[in-house]
Design a protein around this ligand. Structure first.
Ligand code: MAN
Length: 505
């Protein structure tokens, strides 16, 4: 409301040289606006909204004539008018006219109570002095902060210049290297293909041999198990193999062999496809169990006899550990692929060298890309008109509030974590400066933080104030998962000696 009034009241007739004339004072009107209240040649007054013309004598006659209240700036007759207290020695200000002569002192010079019988003392000098001291204090902080800001701005600008100056040569260098990188990449792919083809050929050939060897092993075992040499294995023959004694009762039952031989008798083909692997696994398991059992017994005996002959026992143990299933040993040997022949090794060596050459150039390109990106990021970021905020680019500031440590990282991510804990909850990433057109750099907005349970994604608004040091001075959570930080910094200080103070409108 006051703002609307002030806009309306900005002297429309400033063109007129009002200082040349002796202006007639009017109660409740500041000097700067008196020209609007001077009597016309016909001794009339035109309401400031132009709605009507009244006699000059009707000004401040305690009767409201104008719709905008402009005829009664010095009385309480109009509900929508304002009275100006000049408050010499302090700061002039407007009060709503309904406070004029209401027996309460509103103006520090007491001028609003000129006809109420209340004697308001003039305390403007006193208030003015205190306000001046306070202003000076604030100005001192601003002065020191502003000086720091200028230094930081220099650093920021130097950083910008360095980054932007470097980026063109970097782009050029990258463009120069690119054809070489592309050539080496094609070359690398070609020799790697040859290497893979030769390795695959070798492996495939070996695979055929391996299958053949496995078949031979299976055949040998089949012949061993086929006690009556009938060319078939039946359950009775299988039961002669103690490793199938699952329940360790010293005897292989019909049931124990059933799961290995589900048909009456197996010829070699059936044995190879359905029995060999499982029997091999069963025999291996059995050997492991026996070994373990033997070791346990030896331990027991050692304990009972109080380790009578350690050396013998150890020798025994060692011998057992070395004893491997000869089938397993044979299988392991059969499964070992022979080394690649020299032509494959040669291809591998070529591929290795091509990779090395490519990686060398590629790393250079990646390094250049990172530097170019960094410079572009810098150029696309808004570090304030004077670049001073670049100084805080990778910095963070903490504040403990109750059980939490809050962290503010100006162009990064804000977090909340339990005091002393590691990691934390994201309160949002830097999105934009949000101080509006008039004071863009007075606020920051952070968004897209960790989702709040039954609520929005966490976000933070930062209110930025002038201070001598960088400091996170206040953290609140005005709404669930919406945080408000107050950050003091020299970067928000303006030159106090340049600011114009308007005491009167
Ligand atoms: C956590 C913190 C609080 C927040 C709640 C919402 O406890 O992040 O700041 O209000 O979650 O559930």
């Amino acid at each position: 409301m006051l703002l609307e009034l002030l806009v309306l009241l900005v002297p429309a007739a400033l063109g007129e040289d009002v200082t040349q004339r002796q202006l007639k004072p009017v109660k409740g009107v500041p000097h700067s606006r008196l020209h609007l209240y001077q009597p016309s040649t016909t001794d009339t007054f035109r309401c400031l909204d132009g709605s009507q013309t009244i006699l000059y004598s009707q000004l401040n006659d305690d009767y409201c004539d104008c719709k905008d209240g402009s005829d009664e700036p010095g009385t309480s007759a109009c509900g929508n008018a304002f009275f100006y207290c000049s408050n010499v020695g302090h700061k002039g200000n407007f009060i709503p006219t309904n406070r004029v002569n209401d027996k309460l002192c509103d103006c520090c010079d007491g001028s609003d109570e000129y006809d109420s019988g209340v004697d308001c003392p003039n305390i403007c000098d006193e208030l003015g002095r205190a306000a001046r001291i306070e202003r000076e204090k604030i100005a001192n902080v601003a002065r020191k902060g502003f000086q720091k800001r200028q230094e930081l701005a220099k650093e920021g600008q130097a950083l910008r210049d360095a980054k932007l100056k470097d980026v063109e040569p970097l782009r050029q260098e990258r463009a120069n290297i690119e054809p070489e990188r592309a050539r080496l990449e094609t070359e690398k792919k070609a020799v790697e293909e040859v290497e893979k083809k030769l390795q695959d050929e070798h492996r495939n050939q070996w695979e055929a041999v391996r299958i053949e060897k496995k078949k031979l092993r299976a055949q040998d075992w089949f012949d061993e198990l086929d006690l009556d040499k009938s060319g078939k294995i039946d359950r009775e023959e299988l039961r002669q193999n103690l490793f199938l004694d699952n329940d360790h009762d010293g005897f292989v039952s019909e049931d124990e062999v059933k799961s290995y031989l589900t048909i009456d008798e197996a010829d070699f083909e059936h044995f190879q496809s359905s029995m060999y692997d499982r029997l091999k696994e069963a025999r291996h398991q059995h050997r492991e169990e026996m070994k373990y059992k033997e070791e346990q017994e030896k331990e027991k005996a050692k304990a009972l006899e109080n380790a009578p002959d350690d050396d013998d026992l150890l020798a025994d143990e060692d011998r057992h550990e070395e004893e491997e299933d000869p089938e397993d040993v044979r299988a392991q040997e059969d499964d070992k692929m022979p080394d690649y022949p020299p032509e494959v090794n040669e291809a591998s060596e070529k591929a290795r060298e091509a990779r090395r050459l490519f990686d060398e150039v590629n790393e250079k390109v990646q390094d250049l890309d990172a530097k170019i990106r960094e410079a572009e990021d810098f150029a696309n970021s808004d570090y304030g008109e004077d670049y001073a905020w670049a100084a805080l680019k990778d910095k963070c500031f903490d504040r403990n509030v109750q059980q939490y440590t809050y962290q503010f990282c100006p162009f990064g991510q804000n977090t909340q974590k339990d005091v002393g804990a590691y990691g934390g909850t994201s309160l949002g990433n830097f999105k934009n400066w949000s101080g509006g057109e008039t004071n863009k750099y007075s606020k920051m907005h952070f968004g897209d933080g960790q989702q709040c349970w039954n609520g929005p994604k966490r976000s933070t608004d930062i209110s930025i104030e002038c201070g001598e040091e960088n400091e996170l001075v206040e953290v609140t959570e005005p709404a669930k998962c919406e945080y408000l930080f107050t950050f003091r910094t020299p970067l928000a200080c303006t030159d106090p000696d340049k600011e114009v103070v308007h005491d009167e409108f």
